[in-house]
Design a protein around this ligand. Structure first.
Ligand code: RB5
Length: 156
């Protein structure tokens, strides 16, 4: 499985360790950065990873910022992306089984290294269960594809 990984300046060390951890397990990991501690705007890496996953250039993505929130918000603007912030393994597993998440996000200021590895392991091992969950994913896709979601169009 090919993974894309991205982060901002507060998550450089965690990203490096997670990347090495995954490579040690045999995954191919494409690192979109940043690898500098200079202030770095998380939407840049969130958008890059999301585009790679949406285009099929990576099978799945992992995003890390301070909380995982900002970077996942950016990723979720790309059609077909289901990025989920997970701070524990249970949500990570269910985000795959029920929500078919294709990007995992978490926060370097929120969780420790060992919890991050456990979350990543659980998320990578879990498969989408389909069935009743597929219809709900289809509904999300339909919103994405059929609605022109400008603020004006959201007013009833
Ligand atoms: C950077 O200070 C911080 O805002 C960012 O890492 C992230 O937590 C945003 O959601």
């Amino acid at each position: 499985m090919k993974l894309a990984i991205g982060n901002d300046h507060v998550a450089v060390e965690m990203k490096k360790e997670i990347k090495e951890y995954l490579e040690g397990k045999g995954y191919e990991v494409i690192d979109v950065g940043t690898n500098s501690h200079e202030r770095f705007n998380y939407p840049v890496s969130g958008f890059k990873v999301a585009k790679m996953v949406a285009a099929g250039e990576a099978d799945r993505g992992i995003l890390i910022c301070g909380t995982g929130v900002g970077i996942s918000l950016a990723a979720n603007k790309v059609h077909g992306i289901r990025a989920c912030v997970c701070s524990e393994p249970y949500t990570a597993r269910l985000s795959r089984q029920h929500n078919n998440s294709n990007i995992l996000a978490f926060g370097s200021r929120v969780i420790g290294m060992e919890t991050a590895k456990m979350i990543v392991d659980e998320w990578l091992a879990a498969e989408f269960e389909g069935g009743r969950h597929q219809g709900r994913i289809d509904m999300i896709t339909e919103i994405e594809e059929t609605q022109n979601l400008t603020a004006a169009n959201c007013r009833q």
